[in-house]
Design a protein. Structure first.
Length: 388
């Protein structure tokens, strides 16, 4: 069937027709009704549209949706389950089991594992399931992951968008179709999708001020190419604002913003060595630099290696500050001074917000969490002209 010229949304037409079939007992009690895929093919619409029709039927308690099995005509004599609570910790949002798809670039001990821990905990608290796919920062993988998880029948999606200046068309389709979606770590400009991230601008500003308080004014900012990624852009803006507030001139000649070896699709030994050589050359060419602001932990590791290969000491000769650093509570590893993001809380809120969207509730368009400064072994006071 083709979409009619009527102004009524197609999902309402599907809802009306399936509801009529249930009320006239064309579909009998306990009988399976057509799936999202079957309805989409029958009515020549997207899976998002057919899914919304089924969600409306479930909301009116005409059907019961059972993940992995399908949707079945509900027994009106059975007690119905209603949402309770508003997403506070430990409060179940919906007792009907749901499935949430999580699409993330990658994760490790420096960043990402805490996110998933928080999401898994929240999904267990709310009696739902989490299905994970990694994209390694490749937009094509992201598009395929979205399509495959929708075909699997997930009820909502949490997406950590791939690095890059273009957000993929599949995310835009989800937003237009009002599919329950929450973005993590960054937001997409001009796209009305709910997001949860750290307050990257404020965190970068605080980290830069910490270096200023130690006497550092010649600070090299180290990052991958910004490529319109809001998390990177916000950290750059925080760095610049800190300079402006202290009346210190920003010297972009000291920056290195073309490091790529920490991006998932470029993470290999050759690129790592190339970036280390790039940093060594940069430090040799700019002896005034007394501190390095690494935008992430893995870049801080590159910087540490470059400094040590030059025979310089951390923090006596050069200080390093970064975002995130794996915990060293067991005594192993190196502790950078860093801005610690509240990953577990971010993950928990992402799950609870997508569950709220599934239940037809509104959620904040943009949630930003405070990051905390954690002093480590990598920063110390600046000594004037100490490298000359």
């Amino acid at each position: 069937m083709n979409e009619p010229t009527s102004s009524k949304p197609m999902y309402e037409k599907i809802f009306d027709e399936v509801k009529e079939s249930i009320l006239t007992q064309a579909y009998r009690l306990g009988e399976r009704v057509p799936s999202e895929k079957e309805l989409a093919e029958t009515y020549n619409v997207s899976r998002i549209t057919s899914k919304k029709a089924l969600e409306l039927l479930a909301a009116e308690h005409l059907i019961v949706r059972k993940p992995g099995r399908g949707s079945f005509v509900a027994d009106p004599a059975e007690p119905q389950e209603f949402p309770v609570g508003s997403g506070s910790r430990g409060t179940a949002i919906n007792t009907e089991e749901k499935t949430i798809g999580l699409i993330i670039t990658d994760f490790g001990n420096s960043y990402g594992t805490g996110l998933i821990y928080g999401m898994e905990q929240a999904s267990r608290d709310n009696d739902c399931f989490l299905v994970l796919r990694r994209t390694f920062g490749i937009p094509e993988n992201e598009e395929q992951s979205i399509q495959k998880l929708l075909n699997l029948g997930v009820d909502g999606l949490i997406i950590f968008p791939a690095q890059g200046e273009y957000f993929n068309a599949e995310i835009l389709k989800l937003v237009i179709g009002q599919f329950p979606l929450v973005l993590v770590d960054r937001h997409l400009k001009g796209v009305a999708a709910a997001s949860i991230s750290s307050d990257n601008l404020q965190a970068a500003l605080e980290a830069t001020e910490y270096l200023f308080d130690l006497g550092h004014t010649h600070i090299s900012f180290l990052s991958p190419p910004p490529v319109d990624t809001t998390a990177v852009e916000d950290r750059i803006e925080g760095f610049i604002q800190a300079h402006a507030q202290r009346g210190i001139m920003v010297d972009k000649e000291l920056w290195v913003s073309d490091l790529t070896s920490t991006l998932p699709k470029f993470f290999n030994p050759d690129n790592i060595e190339r970036d280390i050589a790039r940093l060594i050359s940069h430090l040799e060419s700019h002896p005034s630099i007394t501190a390095l602001f690494a935008i992430e932990y893995n870049i801080a590791l590159l910087a540490k290696t470059a400094v040590e290969r030059l025979g310089l000491r951390i923090p006596e000769d050069i200080s390093i500050i970064c975002f995130d650093s794996p915990p060293t509570h067991l005594g192993g590893g190196y502790s950078f001074t860093h801005m610690r993001q509240n990953e577990e809380e971010m993950g928990r809120i992402a799950v609870e917000n997508v569950l709220s969207l599934m239940n037809g509730h509104s959620v904040p368009h943009k949630v930003m969490l405070e990051a905390k400064l954690i002093p480590g072994s990598s920063t110390g006071s600046a000594v004037r002209n100490k490298r000359h």
